[in-house]
Structure formats: structure tokens, C-alpha cells
Design a protein around this ligand. Structure first.
Ligand SMILES: [Zn+2]
Length: 247
């Protein structure tokens, strides 16, 4: 492999290592983001629920005011019974009193109903708070995992970034541009080895997409330091990575 292809290959290896770190970091960040979304959802539900408790309490207060007003009215009717001047008047006041009594009793049932509902809502609030507590714990753990990971990998990551810079600096601008264009297109996987199909024979396939490579390409790769891309997948081809760092 010529100097340019060798440098590109080295660049690809550094990129691959960097990418392993990025993927892991992103996975950790994603976990934390997911819990953050769960927290905002729980928070919104909790808010709705707290508003329901407030509305319930307002209805209770209103019903209790109604009961009080009816009780006062009932007292006035009771006094009116004592001072009724005729049977007819007495009967009319009694009817009004009984109607008030029936209405007050309805109001009282309603208050009981509302109080039961409020207790139920408050019970739900408690489980919301517990769920929220669990989610907060989980988020804290994921954030710590991420921080620990970043801390542990910082020096390696910085070293790899320097290596990438060095590998890129040794390349002609056009070669680097081709590499970056292909890498951007194929999620960082810019190079593929031209592999011999069998120990004997000269048939080669692209290690990236397994499609066959014309022999003419192989000869050019072996004789010149030339950038050739696979006609199927577009990866930059190389043969015999003798200069590979991990060879
Ligand atoms: Zn290919």
C-alpha cells in the first residue's frame, strides 16, 4: 500500500476507535434524555392532577357554603312555623322547609362524594411523587454513568483526536476531501479492503459490500498509490494493509 492509502487507512482506524467512544457516549446520553422525557411527562400529569385536587376542593367549599345558606333558611322557616297565622300558611312554610331539607341533604351527599374523590386524588399524588422520586434517582445514576465514562475516556479520546489530526495532516487535501466525503456518506466507514476471494486466483471483492472488483482496479491499487472507490458502495479501496497500526 502506498503512502497516501496507508495514511488514509490509519486515519480510518483512528476514526473507528473514536467512533466506538462516540457511540457509547451517545448511548449514555440517550438513556439520560429518555428519563428526562419521562420526568417531564410525569411532571405534566402531576400538574394536571394537582389542578384536579384544587378544583375538587373549590367544589367542596361551594357545597359547604350552600349547606350553610340552606341551614340558615331552614332556621328562618322553623321560626316562621311558630308564628304562622293560619293552617294554610303553616302548610306552605312546612313544604318550603322540607324542600330546603331535601336540598341540604343532597348537598351533603355531594360533599361526601367530593371528599372521597379528593382522597383518591391525593392518594394518586403520593404515587406520582414516588414515581417522580424513582425517575430522579434513575436520571442521577445515568448522569453519573455519563460523567464517569467521559472522565475515564478523556485522555484516550484526546490522544485519538491528536492522532487523527496527525494522520490528516500528512495527507494531500484532495485525498482527505475524498475520505471525508465518503465518510460523511457512509457513517464514518470510508474504507474497505479489497479481499481475495480464494487463496489462489485473482478474484477480489470489496470488504464493505462484497461486490467483485475488476482486476484492473486491483492492479492499479497494487502498483500505484491511487485512490479508487468501489463502484458499488463508494468506499475507498485498499489492499494488503501492511502499514496498518494493528497489523
Ligand atoms: Zn463496496
Amino acid at each position: 500500500m502506498g503512502a497516501i492509502l496507508d495514511a488514509l487507512h490509519r486515519l480510518q482506524q483512528v476514526e473507528n476507535e473514536l467512533n466506538t467512544y462516540r457511540v457509547k457516549e451517545e448511548a449514555l446520553r440517550r438513556k439520560a434524555r429518555q428519563v428526562e422525557r419521562q420526568i417531564s411527562k410525569a411532571e405534566a400529569e402531576f400538574q394536571t392532577q394537582r389542578e384536579a385536587v384544587t378544583r375538587c376542593q373549590m367544589e367542596i367549599d361551594q357545597a359547604e357554603l350552600d349547606i350553610k345558606a340552606r341551614e340558615e333558611s331552614m332556621n328562618r322557616h322553623r321560626q316562621a312555623l311558630n308564628t304562622a297565622k293560619s293552617n294554610k300558611e303553616y302548610a306552605a312554610v312546612l313544604t318550603a322547609l322540607n324542600t330546603e331539607k331535601a336540598d341540604a341533604s343532597k348537598c351533603e351527599s355531594r360533599v361526601l362524594e367530593l371528599m372521597t374523590r379528593k382522597d383518591q386524588l391525593l392518594g394518586e399524588s403520593k404515587s406520582f411523587e414516588q414515581e417522580r422520586g424513582r425517575l430522579d434517582e434513575r436520571l442521577k445514576k445515568y448522569q453519573q454513568d455519563l460523567e464517569r465514562y467521559l472522565e475515564e475516556t478523556r485522555s484516550t479520546y484526546q490522544r485519538l483526536e491528536k492522532e487523527r489530526e496527525a494522520a490528516a495532516a500528512g495527507l494531500p487535501a484532495s485525498a482527505l476531501a475524498t475520505f471525508e466525503r465518503v465518510a460523511a456518506h457512509l457513517e464514518g466507514d470510508a474504507m474497505a479492503e479489497a479481499k481475495r476471494v480464494s487463496a489462489r486466483g485473482e478474484d477480489h471483492i470489496c470488504g464493505g459490500c462484497n461486490m467483485s472488483i475488476p482486476l484492473e482496479h486491483i492492479n492499479r491499487l497494487k502498483s500505484r498509490d491511487e485512490i479508487l472507490v468501489c463502484s458499488s458502495c463508494g468506499r475507498i479501496l485498499y489492499t494488503d494493509p501492511v502499514g496498518a497500526r494493528h497489523a
